[in-house]
Design a protein around this ligand. Structure first.
Ligand code: GLN
Length: 462
């Protein structure tokens, strides 16, 4: 099912939005106990569908009318729980609609429910959720990727037509890659983050997850609005989107020395051959500064995480522990309410920002981050897009990465786009011998979001 097909069927009266929604709910009921993509299906989903059917009857069909969408559990929907995959927000009931929910409701889309995620979006496997592990629909013994693993496995498992994820260091693209779906991280500031529970504000971006590039594009076009409620939202007059014909493709071959799975590498090389045969010029590029993106990310991100998460004190919403005074209540509640990875990053971030360390870590990381942005700017003077794998490996087994560093390395190809603030897309690209999805990632300069869709649609046909 695609957006276009669904809406054609609505128009022709073949089935209603309610019937389509019910079909997805039935699928969820069948599969969710094994896959665990959803934390909750919303009671209002069928009511949303009825509203969509009214709109369809009156001929008022918008690009997302009647389309069943799943939201990551860090996006507020009025009256619904939003827990960010954490026990500390177990009972947090959203008091308002975030901008994404507002747009979806305005379109008459159906909000099916909230999907599982790594706690506060920290992780690459959805194993850090406080509620359980999401499985990969292609192989239930492997992870779905993370942190938006619930959203990607919902789409891959036909439990939603579309979904939204958030991407701070790869959390849309990497799980999309593991689950064989399209995941898109827009240019920083193009899609509003108002009403999401933030992770690292200077890096966070919301973006679409879909079965194919065209659906991701339709979804992106619906959500890319200027929003005064997000301080980083780019004003209308500065949104000059570029969509030139891609001719030159840059490949940073020097990044593939170690840690890249042989099947991933071979598949990637074959894809580059396809591009060559289709007439594209392949240019070897140097990203030796961007190579340090992961190191920069693990300074800037925890610093922002530690400040963002300082507001959760365990007093009102979730796990709360008694103590003899307020400090002890905070300490015990935060100790019990946050999972291990979250606590690790709060400690790391607090250390990085503390007096005496700020200059040795945080200021340096900001300087390197500027150098990385500059490097991308220069590289894009000689190429139109950069192509890499999305993930260095296919989906791994549940429990396989027990040390944090090997987990962090899963984001080696995705983090640079967040540091630079540029758009990037992950597109399904065949399968391993064992039937696990493989991927390809394209990155483009700021505001060249549409160019990635154009190239992506061409690539799907190659
Ligand atoms: N996997 C990365 C991390 O653990 C990215 C997370 C994200 O993009 N939200 O931080």
């Amino acid at each position: 099912m695609t957006i276009e097909k669904a809406q054609t069927h609505f128009r022709n009266g073949d089935f209603s939005a309610r019937e389509l929604t019910q079909a997805y709910i039935d699928e969820i009921q069948k599969k969710n106990k094994d896959i665990f993509a959803y934390l909750e299906v919303f009671d209002n989903a069928l009511k949303d569908a009825d509203k969509a059917d009214e709109m369809i009857k009156s001929g008022n069909i918008k690009p997302l009318t009647g389309i069943p969408v799943a939201l990551k559990d860090n996006m507020l929907v009025e009256g619904e729980i939003c827990s960010a995959g954490s026990k500390i927000l177990e009972n947090y009931n959203s008091t308002y609609d975030g901008t994404m929910a507002k747009i979806l409701k305005n379109h008459g889309a159906v909000i099916l429910g909230r999907t599982n995620m790594d706690e506060f979006a920290m992780g690459s496997s959805t194993e850090n959720s406080a509620y359980g592990v999401t499985k990969n629909p292609y192989d239930l013994s492997t992870v779905a990727g993370g942190s938006s693993g619930g959203s990607t496995s919902a789409v891959a498992g036909d439990m939603a037509l579309l979904s939204l994820g958030s991407d701070t260091g790869g959390s849309i693209r990497q799980p999309a890659s593991f689950c064989g779906v399209v995941g898109f991280k827009p240019t920083y500031g193009v899609v509003s983050r108002s009403g999401i529970i933030p992770m690292g504000n200077s890096l966070d971006q919301i973006g679409p997850i879909a079965k194919n590039v065209s659906d991701a594009e339709i979804f992106f076009n619906a959500i890319k609005i200027h929003d005064p409620l997000d301080a980083q939202s780019i004003p209308e007059e500065k949104r000059i989107f570029e969509n030139k014909k891609v001719k030159k493709i840059g490949v940073p071959w020097h990044l593939f020395k170690e840690g890249v799975d042989p099947e991933v590498l071979e598949n990637f090389k074959n894809s580059i051959e396809k591009f060559k045969n289709a007439g594209y010029e392949i240019i070897d590029i140097d990203l030796s500064k961007a190579q340090h993106s992961l190191a920069v990310y693990y300074v800037i991100m925890p610093a922002e995480v530690s400040t963002n998460l300082s507001r959760f004190d365990g007093i009102r919403y979730g796990v709360s522990a008694p103590g003899k005074d307020l400090s002890e209540v905070y300490n015990k509640s935060r100790g019990a309410g946050f999972g291990k990875e979250t606590r690790r990053r709060i400690l790391l971030g607090t250390y990085i920002l503390s007096h005496g360390h700020f200059d040795s870590y945080y200021s340096k990381a900001l300087a390197v981050s500027e150098a990385i942005k500059d490097e991308f700017r220069k590289v894009f003077e000689s190429v139109d897009v950069i192509v890499t794998p999305t993930s260095p490996t296919p989906a791994f087994k549940i429990g396989a990465k027990s040390d944090p560093l090997s987990m962090y390395l899963a984001d080696i190809f995705t983090v640079p786009a967040n540091i630079a603030g540029i758009p990037a897309i992950s597109i399904p690209n065949g399968f391993t011998k064992n039937g696990l999805p493989l991927d390809i990632q394209f990155m483009a300069p700021h505001f060249a979001d549409s160019l990635l869709f154009t190239l992506g649609k061409e690539f799907e046909k190659m």
